[in-house]
Write a protein that binds this ligand. Structure first.
Ligand SMILES: Cc1ncc(C[n+]2csc(CCOP(=O)(O)OP(=O)(O)O)c2C)c(N)n1
Ligand SMILES: [Mg+2]
Length: 668
């Protein structure tokens, strides 16, 4: 077995300086060949990375998804060549030397910034500064919660982050640091590339922050080291690992572009090829005499010893899992596998809802549905950015996660929408949980950077966005989303659901949970909505994106399209029109994206050939796709206002009367 193989080999003598220089050389050569990229950061942090991997990281390149591997997050994603060089040296199957030579080229796994899913072992997409460190908080949190459930025998790994000055200047880092310190995520270790340089020049141009004090104030264990002194780095990482109650930050004082004769220590090293002369100078200075992209066998062996050690750790772990009484439960949870009876329970509850026909806000319906979901599976991990009792995101028995109690399934993310979204990405990427979290829909703006990454990374993160229109009333235009649905719908690979009643809410939740490679937004009302779907259907009608809720009595004169709280308005308008002998069908469109995926025949059958009027208490942008050239739209043209919801609908002309009038004009 692996362990014996490693033990029987003569121990490889590690030369940490040579190991680091291999990373430096590959990084500057690849950037040079691509004629673009960022050599400075990999060259500056090569010593730190070499120590981290050589002495601590448990990674098995042959099994990159091994659940108990250490996580490495390159938050300073522009330094992607650091990661690609390391993966090449470790022997990742998809990271041969040709891939490094193809850095930044179309179709190559070595994209400009590390992209989750593009190459094995990339734990998260980084590049938007601040996201990596904040995503890592979610990974470390998931680890802590799983360790509490399954014990250190099965779950015991670290999350290491390399973050730059830029990551720490970004506001999201503050949310993340605060949350991690509060939750005592002691297996989170951040290595700060303290090179005092960013793009514009020295960081002193823009910041006087004492980062160490900032981390300390948030409850972190903080150390400083010379980032080019391997022994000091090793000692600091060991001390960080020994720290029990706190996450750790190590300020690694480094020189950007270390080795480059004229550019080292300057912003010129940050983001452009060094050029032939500077590279030749760096080779001489580093004592690295090999040709571009050539790594000597002895250095390769040093890096591959890390992979062998990882494989041995993995094998030992697999043996522990096999012997564990919790093996089955753990394996299911680690794979985030829904129980077989999940769908059946959802359909049964939907039936109950159509029979009891509650008149509740869709946020309340969401809470009722979550009661069923959270009881049906323990994979869900709920939370809210301090709006638990407005978002209705907690259900009976979930229990709050606190710094010293990891048994619960509910996270109080605090007033940190962006940090919450990034942490949920990390939780989903880690595996083991389906994270959902709430805030007011207007504040999707605050969470946007991380929500975009949920979509780009194909992560199942569910955003419970309540107070979804002027229907929230008195809190006024600062809180009333208008343009948000358009923004969310414009985001690729994002499912946006706006259910019209309790039955649709159950259907949308089920579709969101079952969409395992797509984030979802549930846009939910504050105001009460009647149950419109009183006839039970086995089929998830919302999963088709749109469907005919009420067919016209005879051939259609007009089709009324609506979502969420405005479906009720469309139904009332159809009744008014019937009084005038105008035959209107009503289509509910809870998810444009899912409707777009249906075949032409189905879409045509729903939309019909009669003129169309759409009603939605939001911006028009996007609706022309559905109403066509000659259609009409009833909705918002500007910001909302502060008043009771009913008054606002009248004031902004989003009424059955207005919809009926528009229909009459189209059919005249
Ligand atoms: C959110 C975000 N804003 C701006 C950028 C563009 N950008 C890339 S790197 C960088 C400077 C980062 O400085 P630092 O983290 O110190 O990196 P170093 O120059 O030390 O490598 C900037 C502004 C970005 N990638 N993400
Ligand atoms: Mg810097």
């Amino acid at each position: 077995m692996n362990i014996a193989a490693v033990d029987s080999k003569p121990a490889v003598q590690l030369d940490l300086k040579k190991m680091a220089n291999a990373v430096r050389a590959l990084s500057m050569d690849a950037v040079e060949k691509a004629k673009s990229g960022h050599p400075g950061m990999p060259m500056g942090m090569a010593d730190v990375a070499a120590v981290l991997f050589a002495k601590f990281m448990r990674v098995d390149p042959a099994n990159p998804h091994w659940p108990d591997r250490d996580r490495f997050v390159l938050s300073a994603g522009h330094g992607s060549m650091l990661l690609y060089s390391i993966h090449h040296l470790l022997g990742f199957a998809d990271m041969g030397i040709d891939e490094l030579k193809n850095f930044r080229q179309l179709g190559s796994p070595t994209a400009g910034h590390p992209e989750y899913g593009h190459a094995l072992g990339i734990e998260t997409t980084t590049g938007p500064l601040g996201q990596g460190i904040s995503t890592a908080v979610g990974m470390a949190l998931a680890e802590k919660l799983l360790a509490a459930r399954y014990g250190a025998d099965l779950v015991d790994h670290h999350t290491y982050v390399i973050a730059g000055d830029g990551c720490l200047m970004e506001g999201i880092s503050h949310e993340a640091i605060d949350l991690a310190g509060h939750l005592k995520l002691s297996k989170l270790i951040v290595l700060w590339d303290d090179n005092q340089i960013s793009i514009d020049g020295p960081t002193s141009l823009a910041t006087s922050m004492d980062q160490k004090k900032r981390f300390e104030a948030a409850g972190w264990h903080v150390q400083s080291v010379d980032g080019h002194d391997p022994a000091a780095i090793e000692q600091a990482i060991a001390a960080a690992r020994a720290e029990n109650g706190k996450p750790s930050m190590i300020a690694c004082r480094t020189v950007i572009g270390y080795g480059a004769p004229t550019r080292a220590g300057t912003a010129k090293a940050h983001g452009e090829p060094l050029g032939t002369e500077e590279i030749a100078g760096a080779r001489a200075k580093l004592g690295w005499s090999y040709e571009p992209f050539v790594i000597p066998e002895d250095v390769k062996d040093m890096w591959r010893a890390i992979a062998a050690r990882g494989a041995a750790s993995h094998a030992a772990w697999s043996a522990r899992v096999a012997a564990s009484p919790k093996a089955d439960a753990f394996t299911r949870q680690a794979a985030t596998e829904l129980p077989a009876d999940f769908a059946g329970k959802m359909v049964a509850y939907k039936k109950e809802l159509s029979e009891t026909a509650p008149k509740v806000a869709s946020r309340k319906a969401s809470e009722m549905v979550l009661g069923v979901i959270n009881a049906a599976t323990d994979l869900t991990l709920g939370g809210s950015a301090d709006l638990t009792h407005s978002n209705y995101t907690i259900t009976k028995g979930l229990g709050s996660v606190t710094p010293d109690d990891s048994a619960g399934r509910y996270i109080h993310y605090g007033v940190r929408e962006h940090g919450m979204a990034a942490a949920m990405n990390g939780i989903a990427l880690h595996g083991g949980f389906i994270p959902y979290g709430g805030t007011f829909m207007c504040f999707t703006d605050y969470a946007r950077g991380a929500m975009r990454l949920s979509a780009l990374m194909n992560q199942r993160v569910i955003y419970v966005m309540t107070h979804d229109s002027i229907g929230l009333g008195e809190d006024g235009p600062t809180h009333q989303p208008v343009e948000h649905l358009a923004m969310l719908r414009a985001t690729p690979n994002m499912l946006v659901f706006r259910p019209a009643d309790a039955v649709e809410t159950a259907e949308c939740w089920q579709a969101a949970i079952e969409a395992d490679a797509t984030p979802s937004v549930l846009a939910l009302s504050r105001q009460g909505l009647p149950t419109l779907r009183k006839a039970h259907t086995e089929e998830n009608r919302s999963a088709k994106g749109a469907y005919v809720l009420k067919e016209a009595d005879g051939s259609r004169d007009v089709t009324l399209l609506a979502t969420g709280s405005e479906v009720e308005i469309a139904l009332a308008a159809a009744d008014m029109l019937a009084g005038d002998g105008i035959k209107a069908a009503v289509v509910s469109m809870p998810s444009w994206e899912l409707f777009e995926k249906q075949d032409d025949t189905y879409r045509a059958s729903v939309l019909g050939s009669a003129p169309r009027v759409a009603v939605e208490a939001a911006a028009r942008l996007g609706w022309d796709r559905w109403i066509g050239e000659k259609g009409a739209f009833i909705g918002m043209e500007g910001f909302g206002a502060s008043a009771p919801a009913g008054k606002l609908y009248e004031y902004f002309g989003i009424t059955p009367q207005a919809v009926a009038d528009a229909a009459r004009r189209l059919t005249a």
